[in-house]
Design a protein around this ligand. Sequence first.
Ligand SMILES: CC(C)(COP(=O)(O)OP(=O)(O)OC[C@H]1O[C@@H](n2cnc3c(N)ncnc32)[C@H](O)[C@@H]1OP(=O)(O)O)[C@@H](O)C(=O)NCCC(=O)NCCS
Length: 166
Amino acid sequence: MKEEMLMPRPVRDSQSEMAEIVLPNDANPLGALLGGRLMHWIDLAGAMAAHRHSRSYAVTASVDHIDFLVPVRVGDLVILRSSVNRVFQTSMEVGVKVFVENYIADTSQHVASAHLTFVAVDINRNRLKVAPVIPETAEQQRRYDDAGRRREIRRAELERRRKARR
Ligand SMILES: CC(C)(COP(=O)(O)OP(=O)(O)OC[C@H]1O[C@@H](n2cnc3c(N)ncnc32)[C@H](O)[C@@H]1OP(=O)(O)O)[C@@H](O)C(=O)NCCC(=O)NCCS
């Protein structure tokens, strides 16, 4: 691996934005966005940030729980913003925040947030070390610190489930 690949990079380099207009095929018979479709978009928006930061392929290792805070309807504009919160060795936590914009009323509402873990891999799916990420704002620093705490919780939960399977 080239040395420059492991040079620390600021969070802003990974910041990504994705926009979708909700179409009838994305919705249930009541015209509300399907939760599964939103989860798919969250995965894609998260992957964008992971790719941009790691400059490699990345697979989704896990998604923390998602709360759907407000309903989204056919015709709404959904905006997904993502960035890398923290890098560990081969994995990185990415945060995705979802908003619904009403372009007639010029309002924006928070729809959902999620934390995903991506693992960087090469074309043969061998894991790759990821460059550290540099938080530059107080908000980014808070997310960085919180990501460390969430990793401990995830590891404990993973271990508990592994033991339960034995
Ligand atoms: C994710 C995956 C690469 C982990 O590989 P593994 O051999 O189990 O690796 P390890 O247990 O040694 O963990 C490797 C890294 O992944 C992290 N990791 C593994 N499972 C995780 C999970 N469930 N949640 C968060 N992080 C996880 C570890 O913390 C470790 O991170 P680090 O290198 O930064 O310390 C592997 O399980 C995989 O390929 N899964 C399928 C991924 C996929 O196809 N996703 C698409 C959805 S189907």
